[in-house]
Design a protein around this ligand. Sequence first.
Ligand SMILES: NC(=O)c1ccc[n+]([C@@H]2O[C@H](COP(=O)([O-])OP(=O)(O)OC[C@H]3O[C@@H](n4cnc5c(N)ncnc54)[C@H](OP(=O)(O)O)[C@@H]3O)[C@@H](O)[C@H]2O)c1
Length: 261
Amino acid sequence: MKIVVIGGTGLIGTKLVSKLRALNYDHEVVSASPSSGVNTITGEGLTKALTNAQIVVDVSNSPYFDDQAALNFFEASGHNIFKAEKVAGIQHHIALSVVGTNRLQKSGYFQAKQTQEDLVKTSGIPYTILRSTQFFEFAGAIARSAVTTGNEVHIPPAGIQPIAAAEVVEALTDIILGAPLNNTVEVAGPVAMPMDEWIRYYLNITEDYHQLVTDAHGRYFGVELQEETLLPGEYARLGKLTYENWSHTYYSKLTSDSIRG
Ligand SMILES: NC(=O)c1ccc[n+]([C@@H]2O[C@H](COP(=O)([O-])OP(=O)(O)OC[C@H]3O[C@@H](n4cnc5c(N)ncnc54)[C@H](OP(=O)(O)O)[C@@H]3O)[C@@H](O)[C@H]2O)c1
């Protein structure tokens, strides 16, 4: 079996390619991204990468997060990927999206993710969409995006249930080894918490000097959140690793006087 991981050099992609290659299965795993000569926007290298493949996993991301750029990325990418998948006869397309995408439609980035999901569902290729909550590794990006004036970081107390990227990879691996669900499933971390508590913990453990201000109107990438906007549904698969345990290992060597991811 040949599995193509689009975005195989990213945070999730790197871990997924390593995990799949380490499994004792008789399959070939191809990491496909611009740095390995495969570009889903221009189409470069796509047909060749998909030749004789059965499974495509899309864990790519737009290099630009402004509204129009993200939309252009997921639209063009989706069209080119599915055109190539039809020629190759792909039997299962797996896409990684975000829990609550449908509730975050005031954000251009999440409109783009919704477009990506819609293209998957209407492609005619058997599919599974995995929606994940925010990765533990993403705490720094959330903090950076919420810096307002001076040293203040304004974060809302809305619920969030973050997860280690490695546990998202475990969920993706199980999906890859199973049959297409032609449906959307969710994965989340083990513990729900208020977002301001999570980011405060992150700032403390990274010894960051920014001051966290709990702000009910603080925005998440431009969107005001309700308590449940980012929380998974009752049937979500849950990881086991808590942020506390994960972060002690991940950040143990870091000392910082500025926000970092
Ligand atoms: N961050 C979160 O908390 C979170 C939560 C849920 C879901 N997600 C979703 O998870 C997915 C993966 O996120 P990530 O953080 O692992 O992404 P990432 O680290 O930013 O990696 C992005 C990948 O996309 C590739 N890429 C960029 N432009 C491309 C193109 N034109 N053609 C093919 N590949 C291209 C990059 O390749 P190069 O290295 O060659 O540039 C890289 O491998 C995203 O779709 C995101 O929406 C994220």
